[in-house]
Design a protein around this ligand. Structure first.
Ligand code: HEC
Ligand code: HEC
Length: 412
């Protein structure tokens, strides 16, 4: 495992209990509390000046044509559209979606090409069980495959990240951050996933990007308002004891004696809960977007492991075995000390997370419970540098801690 969280001296912190005194009786007070604790989701009404789907404000035609391009246009390829993999409700595909679609129509284009077991249209097992896609990543000039030295690309199995919130609110695109902008991303998806022989026009790509930033692509009205220049979304307070206990893992707090305060916020911080904060005990800049949390290292999916040879500028060759080295395949760099490159992936936003299962770059966590179970193991491992012995691991997420974290994640 690459990341090591060092043990820290306990730091004092003051508790600010949620005050009910201010909301006694009045209906508006109760509504305010419900909103504050994240229990009510305001409807997605159009904001002032925002185009509706029929188009009342600026660029109505472009938005309508963006919807058509995203949901219906196949660009004369294999029959897929963007919506084949990025559904309207969740922005992604879960195994249950794949199973339902296969029952309804065995020739659904989801199961073609990179959605099939062999990448050539044969076999549906992987899609039905894990909903992963075969993604081909070009190798940087200084990286080669030990078992296939002439290869200039490698095929990896990855989940489909949700298109909720990301297009408007995250400039880092793809699980490894390899696409520079939405237009290039869409052009490559049309060429790659849809196998289109046609070069889409600049206007078409722009229309797709505009549509991906329109009102249907947000997990809540709060996030949509933030994308339109409104206030940053705030962590909900939590309505019950479990949720309120869960909150402390996500607050920007210095580690306490148990190292649990702010444990998740170390990487899931900032308005989008997708960047590192000042309390993460790793020698990397605040606001970093890539990390490893041991998903490739543990490889619970049993994905094929390849041996990658990385040649450093001084000629040193390092051999790395991994099912998916992530960011390191984009930069060609290994930064083993901090784990920021090898097996590192984009730190995902956590807003709307309960809607976008499965989780992690390889879809290894099918539920939020699985995610938190993974973290319990990850933190136990990385905070116990002395290995097995009489000493207790530093971070031990109890069953109750895990349930509290899941309860809180469901509020976001
Ligand atoms: C076969 C399924 C499939 C189709 C079809 C597809 N995508 Fe994707 N999409 C993916 C996968 C898989 C990834 C992540 C791959 C990676 O990071 O290596 C992705 C990533 C993205 C992302 C980045 C999300 C993030 O969190 O960074 C955007 C935006 C996106 N797709 C938009 C589109 C658009 C627009 C189209 C249509 C032109 C499209 N996709 C068609 C599977 C698909
Ligand atoms: C060291 C940085 C770091 C810490 C600390 C951290 N995360 Fe993450 N988180 C990540 C990264 C990186 C990913 C993507 C990993 C991957 O796909 O391989 C991720 C992914 C996730 C996902 C899945 C997102 C998706 O859309 O697939 C969830 C949920 C999540 N983290 C919750 C948590 C919780 C809960 C905690 C605290 C118990 C936590 N994280 C602590 C860096 C971190």
């Amino acid at each position: 495992m690459q990341a090591h969280l060092s043990r820290r001296a306990p730091a004092a912190r003051s508790h600010t209990p949620l005050s009910f005194a201010t909301v006694t009786g009045s209906l508006s007070g109760l509504l305010a509390l419900a909103y504050q604790c994240g229990c009510s989701d305001p409807t997605l009404e159009p904001l002032p000046g925002e185009a509706t789907l029929l188009g009342t404000a600026a660029q109505p035609l472009r938005r309508t044509s963006g919807r058509r391009l995203f949901e219906e246009e196949t660009f004369a390829g294999n029959g897929r559209t963007c919506a084949t993999c990025h559904g309207a409700e969740t922005g992604t595909v879960a195994p249950e979606d794949a199973q339902r679609r296969f029952q309804e129509d065995e020739s659904d284009p989801l199961f073609l090409h990179d959605g099939s077991d062999d990448g050539e249209g044969q076999g549906v097992t992987r899609m039905l069980e894990h909903a992963t896609v075969l993604v081909s990543i070009p190798l940087p000039p200084n990286v080669s495959l030990a078992d296939d030295p002439a290869a200039r690309s490698v095929v990896l199995r990855r989940g489909v990240p949700s298109t909720l919130n990301t297009p408007a609110l995250d400039p880092v695109l793809m699980l490894d951050g390899r696409e520079p902008d939405l237009l290039t991303q869409a052009a490559n998806a049309i060429r790659g996933h849809a196998q289109s022989p046609i070069e889409p026009s600049e206007e078409q790509l722009q229309a797709i990007a505009d549509f991906e930033r329109s009102r249907d692509f947000f997990s809540s009205a709060e996030l949509r308002r933030f994308a339109r220049g409104g206030p940053a979304p705030e962590l909900p307070e939590g309505c019950n004891e479990s949720e309120r206990r869960g909150r402390r893992f996500f607050e920007d707090l210095p580690p306490d004696a148990s190292l649990e305060d702010g444990l998740c916020a170390g990487c899931h911080s900032g308005p989008m809960l997708d960047r590192t904060n000042q309390f993460l005990p790793l020698p990397i800049p605040v606001g970093s977007r890539f990390q490893t949390v041991g998903v490739s290292e543990l490889n619970t999916m049993g994905n094929p492991v390849r041996e990658f040879l990385f040649t450093a500028p001084d000629g040193t060759v390092t051999s790395i075995s991994s099912p998916d080295p992530g960011r390191a395949l984009i930069t060609g760099e290994l930064d083993e000390g901090t784990g920021t490159q090898l097996n590192a992936f984009k730190i995902n936003s956590l807003w709307g997370i309960s809607r976008t299962a499965p989780y992690f770059h390889d879809n290894s966590a099918k539920t939020l419970e699985d995610v938190v179970k993974h973290y319990a193991l990850f933190f136990r491992t990385v905070t116990d540098p002395d290995g097995p012995g009489p000493q207790e691991p530093a971070v031990q997420l109890t069953e109750q801690d895990q349930a509290d974290i899941v309860a809180y994640l469901r509020l976001l």
